[in-house]
Design a protein around this ligand. Structure first.
Ligand code: WTA
Length: 631
């Protein structure tokens, strides 16, 4: 499969063609895949409904593209290198042949346990090889996977299982992360108390810790494997059939189950993978994300495997056993493309460069970042110490909703520029809008980022709530997809993402809606109301500050602060715990009762100049009081 752009000139020509004649362009790209039946029409869309369809009438199974297709050409090549949490444990190399066999086998386990096409399967697992196998096994039989990050709490897990009415849960006894063990089965057991749709829970044994066993629904993964063989023909899927649901935070309490479909997602994840990273056959590629996030879906599993790549899957964390772990792994597996998050880079940059320099990183050709804006300092640290000023850095802007990278340089082909995601990929049409929704035509400008034309891997809906999908992404600016980010554009058309323009805060690369955190805090019996905002943080990018109003006569003690943090951890997960909790007597509100988060954000960031006109507030006095409580 070769649709790699290899020069700046070719990028410019390809981009032009993709805009002038999108059907012809995408037909050509999609023709490099294996389809059971060719599509009749390339795409169709109406953003007033909104509805988008790609490769209409096409039939395929994504696992035939990720696995079967490679058996003859590279069956014995390593598909996945699995690197354990503890460097002393054994690395696993799985070839395409072996992976094919394992996926088919587990697909049969799912079938044996009653899973049929269209059923939703929740996957709550650590970064073991079986997580990739499980994802692919679902896709093999047309079941819809919903992976829930293994750092989420039982409440968050239950909410996601119930929203999608999952029939089966795939989990593990526990997971290793650094020197900690996450008791996944215990958390899942707690969640399942309120999940009536779950009929079976298939448990992978990783940590071998003692677990509670419910004979009615629990079965061991290894026992189930013994009952099946590895012959499992792929289910033939329509291009627009659902492939997976992945939840992302929104600005209201409920997470949004973004729905991705088979054909368009496959084409775009693979196309973007090969072009952005300039992956060459035989290279070893490593994305450090967790498969619980979209980055792991598109760029650990589907994009690389559909490209016949060798992809590294890492069970651990960057700090264990020390802050040199990433570089140790790069040296060990001779990694060529390395893709991580700014928050990890900033955390690593705090430590002596000796931890990087002691490893041989000469295999590295391309570095990548994703998840939040990368600051200048972190960019240069990455460039100097990891890339030794020889590796292009791809700063890839995209979202759970977009399925694949939207704005990014193509490594070594188009230019990178520190802190800029740079140019759109072929087929992607970003624009900047002003506050009235008018397109800003001036090249050098700042505004609201929006996308003008659909692309194959756009999420098609929010599971079970198309109205919300329409409201969040297509209503504010008609005829555009609205991602919720602001951006500026330089004189050469390069985009720099400036951050969220809605109530989502990105903490250590995790997308956290402030509303669900507020809801959790408000559950505390001593709390009347709360407001959560983000403020800049050296390592995490942003941290959370919660302003909390308590009932009269409540002791606003350290214990209460800890209880509030715990409640957030219980409802959402430890990643959502606020760094600061400030007790206040009121919150600045507009006359219509909307909390003025902008003011709270400024105060939390220690920037109280220029708070704007606060006289229109319902309760202007409270602002002064809040400022004072910070002193
Ligand atoms: C932010 C992650 C600046 C952005 C793939 C987006 C970025 C949100 C970048 C999506 C980047 C992602 N530069 N900001 N290169 N990449 N973002 O859904 O605010 O977890 O809207 O997808 O992360 O986060 P999500």
């Amino acid at each position: 499969m070769n649709f790699q752009i290899s020069s700046l000139k070719e990028y410019q020509e390809t981009y032009k063609k993709s805009i002038e004649n999108p059907s012809e362009f995408w037909d050509e790209v999609a023709s490099h895949f294996y389809w059971r039946e060719k599509w009749e029409k390339t795409f169709e869309y109406d953003w007033s409904i909104p509805e988008t369809k790609w490769f209409i009438g096409g039939k395929l199974n994504i696992t035939e593209n990720c696995l079967d297709r490679h058996l003859e050409t590279r069956g014995d090549q390593t598909a996945i290198i699995w690197e354990p949490n503890n460097p002393k444990d054994t690395v696993i190399h799985v070839t395409y042949k072996q992976l094919h066999s394992k996926v088919c086998q587990f697909a049969n386990v799912l079938k044996n346990n009653g899973v049929v096409k269209g059923d939703r399967v929740c996957i709550y697992m650590p970064m073991v090889l079986e997580l990739s196998i499980a994802v692919l096994a679902c896709a093999r039989i047309g079941a819809v996977h919903s992976v829930v990050f293994a750092g989420f709490s039982s409440t968050a897990l239950a909410a996601r299982i119930n929203d999608a009415e999952c029939k089966i849960l795939l989990t593990a006894d526990g997971g290793f992360r650094g020197d900690k063990i996450t008791p996944l089965k215990d958390i899942a057991d707690e969640a399942l108390k309120t999940c009536p749709s779950i009929q079976k829970s298939i448990v992978y044994q990783r940590t071998k810790q003692n677990v509670f066993w419910n004979n009615k629904i629990d079965v061991w993964w290894h026992d189930e494997l013994r009952k099946v063989d590895d012959n499992c023909p792929a289910e033939v899927m329509d291009s627009e059939d659902m492939l997976f649901i992945l939840y992302t935070s929104g600005s209201t309490g409920k997470p949004k189950g973004m729905v991705h479909t088979c054909g368009g997602y496959m084409v775009y994840a693979t196309y973007s993978f090969q072009n952005v990273f300039q992956y060459k056959q035989g290279d070893v590629y490593w994305c450090t994300a967790d498969i619980g996030w979209i980055t792991g879906h598109s760029y650990i599993v589907y994009g690389p495997l559909a490209s016949g790549a060798t992809t590294v899957m890492f069970e651990g964390v960057p700090s264990y056993p020390d802050f040199g772990r990433f570089w140790e792994v790069c040296e060990k597996h001779k990694v060529n493309q390395f893709y991580t998050a700014p928050t990890a880079i900033r955390a690593l940059a705090k430590h002596p460069t000796e931890l990087v320099n002691k490893y041989d990183l000469s295999s590295l050709k391309v570095l990548g970042t994703v998840g939040e804006p990368i600051n200048e300092e972190a960019w240069h640290w990455y460039d100097d110490n990891v890339g030794k000023n020889k590796c292009p850095i791809v700063d890839t802007w995209w979202q759970t909703e977009t399925g694949g990278m939207m704005i990014s340089s193509l490594a070594g082909v188009t230019n990178d520029k520190p802190t800029f995601a740079t140019l759109p990929l072929p087929g992607i049409q970003p624009v900047l809008l002003d506050n009235n929704g008018e397109e800003i035509t001036k090249q050098k400008a700042e505004g609201i980022l929006a996308i003008k034309h659909p692309w194959p891997s756009l999420a098609r809906t929010i599971y079970g709530n198309h109205e919300r999908y329409k409201n969040v992404y297509f209503s504010a600016y008609p005829n555009h997809y609205f991602p919720g980010d602001g951006a500026l554009r330089d004189e050469n058309g390069n985009y720099r993402i400036t951050g969220r323009v809605d109530d989502v805060v990105i903490v250590s690369g995790h997308n956290l809606g402030t509303a669900p955190i507020e809801n959790a805090i408000n559950e505390h019996e001593k709390v009347v109301e709360s407001a959560v905002v983000g403020f800049p943080h050296d390592i995490k990018g942003n941290a959370l500050c919660a302003y909390v109003i308590t009932y009269d006569n409540v002791d606003e003690s350290t214990d209460l602060i800890n209880e509030i943090k715990q409640i957030v951890s219980d409802f959402i997960g430890p990643i959502a715990k606020p760094d600061k909790i400030i007790f206040v007597s009121g919150l600045p509100k507009t006359r219509s009762g909307k909390i003025m988060r902008r003011i709270l954000r400024k105060i939390a960031s220690n920037d109280v100049t220029n708070l704007g006109d606060i006289s229109t507030l319902l309760n202007p006095n409270v602002v002064e009081e809040i400022i004072n409580s910070f002193k």
